[in-house]
Write a protein that binds this ligand. Structure first.
Ligand code: HEC
Ligand code: HEC
Length: 276
């Protein structure tokens, strides 16, 4: 008798706890439920439009990643609230804040739209990251890049590059250096990366220097050469100053590495998601 009674009391406590819990969390669990409750076709259509005009330059038209990471189906992974907060507040690696540009409804529509993109995650990466690490070490990448404190900083640090960039962008970076420069305005604002514009300089006394731009104003320019040495010039002392978008101090590895090695390298770079 007392056992049944105890059970009844326990059940009552459980039910009232569940009811209470439900009433305080008016929002559904974002990891499981759609963030826009019953988004209409019109909501999704608007979300798609906002995505294409506002986000796709960095995340790719299909959300599969470009200069920014793959975000297909990301509300499933991070939760809708976290994604909403990222869009509102931005992140330190180059993700801008959109709070001034998009209102709450527009943000919810984008989040809803993101859920409709298939979430293949990083399934497009065909290579083997462990072999890619070997290719990285034998190709001299560490002469110009830092991964978890190892290497030198002629080019951007790669410790988190898999978190910041999509696989297609990484492949292009290895095969066609200089084509997709990390976007200067955003990166300077966040203090993350410098501007890697390729600069060719000839001084009045005939010395030639090539390197990436570190800083520039009306009177001076500072560049960093392929060995990581800084050179500062008074513009009035120069015979020639050329910006050469599309060129890079980074050599192209197209033809130097086999297709399989490039796949492995991309898999390795995509696996770099912060200090281990
Ligand atoms: C200027 C380029 C740029 C634009 C435009 C941009 N993003 Fe991003 N986004 C990034 C980068 C780079 C990251 C990597 C994280 C960081 O900044 O530290 C990122 C990260 C994210 C993340 C987190 C991904 C993760 O795995 O943690 C989400 C979600 C996201 N962006 C959504 C959006 C949405 C939605 C839009 C449009 C409203 C947008 N982004 C526009 C560059 C951009
Ligand atoms: C002589 C120096 C140098 C060497 C060697 C070099 N890089 Fe680079 N790398 C750079 C510079 C400078 C950039 C900046 C953008 C540009 O110029 O394309 C860059 C950009 C990159 C980026 C894009 C990073 C971002 O956040 O946008 C990746 C990825 C990359 N390099 C990978 C590699 C790999 C992998 C190797 C070896 C196979 C390598 N690099 C060898 C100098 C170098």
């Amino acid at each position: 008798m007392t056992a049944i009674r105890r059970l009844c009391i326990l059940a009552l406590i459980f039910i009232s706890w569940a009811l209470f819990r439900n009433s305080i969390s008016a929002r559904p669990n974002p990891k499981q439920d759609s963030p826009v409750v019953n988004p209409t076709a019109a909501d999704l259509e608007r979300g798609k439009k906002t995505f294409e005009t506002t986000c796709s330059t960095c995340h790719g038209l299909d959300g599969g990643g470009a200069m920014g990471p793959n975000i297909q189906g990301i509300p499933f992974r991070l939760g809708a609230d976290a994604v909403t907060s990222v869009i509102k507040n931005g992140m330190s690696g180059g993700m801008p804040s959109f709070s001034g540009q998009l209102d709450a409804t527009q943000i919810q529509q984008v989040v809803g739209y993101l859920l409709t993109l298939s979430h293949k995650d990083t399934g497009t990466i065909a290579g083997d990251a462990a072999k890619g690490k070997d290719a990285y070490q034998s190709s001299g990448c560490a002469g110009c890049h830092i991964v978890s404190g190892q290497g030198s900083g002629v080019g951007p640090e790669l410790t988190m590059v898999g978190q910041l960039r999509g696989p297609g962008y990484l492949r292009n970076a290895v095969l066609y250096p200089g084509t997709d420069l990390p976007q200067a305005r955003v990166f300077l604002e966040t203090g993350g990366l410098l501007d890697y514009m390729f600069i060719h300089v000839v001084t009045k006394d005939g010395h030639v220097f090539d390197g990436t731009r570190v800083s520039e104003d009306s009177f001076r320019i500072v560049i960093k050469d392929a060995a990581g040495k800084f050179h500062s010039f008074q513009k009035s002392d120069l015979r020639e100053l050329k910006k050469e978008p599309g060129k890079s101090v980074m050599p192209s590895f197209k033809g130097k590495l086999s297709d399989a090695q490039v796949n492995d390298l991309v898999a390795y770079l995509a696996s770099l998601k912060g200090a281990q």
